[in-house]
Design a protein around this ligand. Structure first.
Ligand code: ZN
Length: 144
């Protein structure tokens, strides 16, 4: 199987069988962001453990396969992380998407490596980063 085909397959799998996706009532949506250029919307909710690690992270929303797969991957990456680990991970992933770090670094985070082919496509990259921007917003709002 070609590398690109494998990545497309991983994206489709997350799109068809999203992890940690749940219908979230508006009051449960910790943060919501839209990507108007594609019609994507991602809402996130984090439930923190008493030791400030992520016990559950859920997403809701609609949009293209990349935006939804990216949100699904995000939840898998972040579950069990502490607040500071979550912030560091988000910062590193933003650096990789901005091509400030090699794309191969995505590999340590699992399935998200499948998005590496989008790094040179700004329009599709907006879809891929939407969930991570929503996370930034959520962590910022909770931090204040
Ligand atoms: Zn999109």
């Amino acid at each position: 199987m070609q590398f690109e085909d494998l990545h497309r397959e991983i994206i489709q799998d997350h799109y068809r069988s999203p992890r940690n996706r749940e219908k979230l009532a508006p009051e449960d949506q910790g943060a919501v962001l839209d990507n108007p250029s594609c019609g994507d919307r991602v809402a996130l909710k984090i439930e923190w453990d008493s030791d400030d690690t992520i016990a559950r992270i859920l997403f809701d929303g609609e949009g293209c396969s990349i935006s939804m797969a990216s949100a699904s991957m995000l939840t898998e990456i972040l579950i069990g992380k502490s607040r500071s680990e979550a912030i560091q991970t988000a910062q590193q992933i933003h650096r990789i998407f901005r091509a400030e770090e090699p794309a191969e670094a995505l590999e340590e985070f699992g399935d998200i490596i499948a998005l590496q082919g989008l790094i040179n496509y700004p329009v599709r990259l907006k879809c891929a980063t939407l969930a991570w921007q929503t996370l930034d917003l959520l962590l910022k709002e909770e931090g204040t």
